[in-house]
Design a binder for this molecule. Sequence first.
Ligand SMILES: Nc1ncnc2c1ncn2[C@@H]1O[C@H](COP(=O)(O)OP(=O)(O)OP(=O)(O)O)[C@@H](O)[C@H]1O
Ligand SMILES: [Mg+2]
Length: 259
Amino acid sequence: MRNIVPVISGKGGVGKSSVAVNLAVSLANTGAKVALIDCDFYGPSIPTLMGGGQVIPDHEGKLIPPVKYGVKYISLGFFLQNPDDPVIWRGPMFNKALVQLFQDVSWGEVDYCIVDMPPGTGDAQISFSQAVQCAGAVIVTTPQEVALADVRKSINMLSKVNIPVLGIVENMSGLKLPDGSIQYIFGQGGGEKLSTMFNAPLLAQIPIEVSIREGGDTGLPVTAQDTNPASKIFAALALRLQGILDKNSKSQPQVQIFN
Ligand SMILES: Nc1ncnc2c1ncn2[C@@H]1O[C@H](COP(=O)(O)OP(=O)(O)OP(=O)(O)O)[C@@H](O)[C@H]1O
Ligand SMILES: [Mg+2]
């Protein structure tokens, strides 16, 4: 598995899962082999955003992940008897499940593995950094100051656990009104600010779009609907990220998963 990329934010609800799914589908649209792993064990969103899916055991005891929109994906949500069941785990169980999602699933060859992370700078991020050697993280923020404060904390945490920042995605950047003007509901310039502060590229500014929310709720991501204008922004994000990763990987060996 090459290029493991967690999608991270210190703050909840900024659109990590939506960005992770649409980034994964956009990368697959370029013809790359893509995996999507849901590491938000306490609030898994991937089953909804990808429109469900079934995991099937193979004859070697590995799990065959569902494939949709060109993406192989997995979530702990698929193993809960009732989707409303809470997952109540402490650290060691979390670690074990995390490693299993990488090792016990028959992923085959993977060019890019996008990982949807839970919000915050807690156990999950630390476990992840210890279990997986990743290519670097994509940081998601909204433009507003309270989001930035939390996101700055998460970037500082990443540097402590040696995860490089590949770039920043500003989500919910503005809302296009019927008269063509843009309303900046969450303010302006946050992504730019972070990008300068941490010397990391601003990879994309994604507007607030009903179709992005709808695509998530119906399990048909905008990026899987090629007529959707929002999918162009994600396509550009995927290309930029690919460019950065492909340049980096020339000087790096295959990604290792530690146990
Ligand atoms: N650009 C956007 N335009 C419109 N709606 C969006 C956009 N990005 C995300 N949303 C919506 O905002 C909500 C939160 O998004 P999402 O679940 O992706 O965030 P998250 O950061 O993963 O949240 P959590 O911290 O709970 O994991 C969802 O309902 C999603 O459909
Ligand atoms: Mg999420």
